[in-house]
Design a protein around this ligand. Structure first.
Ligand code: ATP
Length: 324
């Protein structure tokens, strides 16, 4: 897209995340303030292929900044993996006059953005996922809300766990990434955390720790288990059988995706959405907006997709040292 672009599109893709609406609003308001028209593409790439495309004047994003979910809906769309479908998607963009596209989602969505950029559509990715598992950025839209939602739920579980002197396994989201589990383990003062990146499958050691802590007078034992490890219910049954202590599993599930976004998610998502439009206006394409080292920056999509991210060593070390 050259400078002076007339029309851009915006879509949300992959798992929804609280704060996506703030990003959509920022895209619409920033672009329209610059004289561009904005088209909202509903249900991610699936909606693009179905040409489920609506005009988004500034008023279309009124009253959404505080709402969870995404007003554009989201979807996963396997067809987008096929090169000929990617050709068709780019054609649809051209048919609707969409010269630039803001794609709010995770790594998979950015791969789709890369494919469209290769086909002449200027694309900018905005990181939206509650899992924080995008390597190029220290912040992703929705993570802050998700950890606060999970933290509040775990506080409540702790109350009843202590009253009944139980062991509680709380399963939080994170199939491949343990960021939510790790943050909650620290914030909730959990006795154990099981993270996909470093799970040792040593259930006997876990049982021994529970027995040892009970011997020292602990009234509860909260285990934060990441979704990627799973099996919380059967794990609870085995722990109860081995320790003789009542053990219950709670799977927090999709509640972690919903709810009103935190202040941080609203503000950062707004800045990222606005930055994406600024990049398009500068004629940039195939970039991802990121927050790194305390600043909003942007990376080439392919470079960003090749970056690696691991759980911060000091968080792990310190969280373990705080459990007594
Ligand atoms: P989340 O982190 O919430 O899972 P995500 O964006 O990584 O978000 P995916 O399901 O991996 O979620 O991808 C979303 C969509 O992006 C896919 O359904 C598909 O339409 C598109 N996509 C994913 N990978 C590719 C790819 N390699 N090429 C083209 N499109 C892709």
């Amino acid at each position: 897209m050259s400078e002076g672009c007339k029309t851009i599109g915006v879509l949300t893709s992959g798992g929804d995340a609280p704060g996506m609406n703030a990003a959509v609003r920022a895209v619409v308001r920033t672009a329209t303030a610059k004289g561009m028209e904005v088209k909202g593409i509903r249900r991610g790439y699936a909606g693009l292929l179905d040409e489920d495309i609506v005009d988004m004047p500034p008023v279309s994003v009124s009253d959404i900044i505080h709402r969870g979910g995404t007003i554009l809906y989201t979807a996963r769309c396997r067809e987008m993996f096929q090169p000929e479908v990617q050709d068709h998607a780019a054609e649809i963009c051209r048919k609707h006059g969409i010269e630039g596209l803001v794609i709010i989602g995770g790594d998979g969505s950015f791969r789709g953005a890369g494919a469209l950029a290769e086909r002449g559509i200027n694309t900018i990715g905005v990181p939206g996922t509650i899992d924080l598992d995008i390597a190029c950025t220290d912040y992703t839209i929705g993570f802050d809300t998700a950890i606060n939602t999970a933290m509040e739920a775990i506080d409540k579980i702790r109350d009843t766990s202590t009253s009944h002197e139980r062991v509680s396994i709380v399963e939080v989201m994170g199939r491949q990434a343990g960021y939510i589990a790790m943050w909650c383990a620290i914030a909730n003062g959990a006795e154990d955390m099981l993270l996909p990146e470093m799970y040792d499958h040593d259930e006997q050691a876990l049982i021994d720790r529970i027995i040892e802590k009970r011997r020292k007078g602990k009234k509860h034992h909260i285990i934060i288990n990441a979704e990627g490890i799973g099996h919380s219910v059967s794990m609870a049954a085995r722990i109860e059988a081995a320790t003789g202590i009542e053990t219950r599993a709670t799977i927090l599930g999709h509640m972690q995706r919903g709810g009103t976004p935190t202040c941080k998610d609203r503000v950062y998502a707004s800045i990222m959405g606005a930055k994406a439009v600024e990049l398009l206006q500068e004629g940039k394409s195939k970039r991802i907006v990121a927050y790194r080292g305390g600043a909003f920056v942007d990376y080439d999509i392919q470079e960003a997709l090749h970056m690696q991210k691991s759980l911060p060593e000091d968080y792990i070390r310190i969280s373990k040292s705080l459990i007594r």
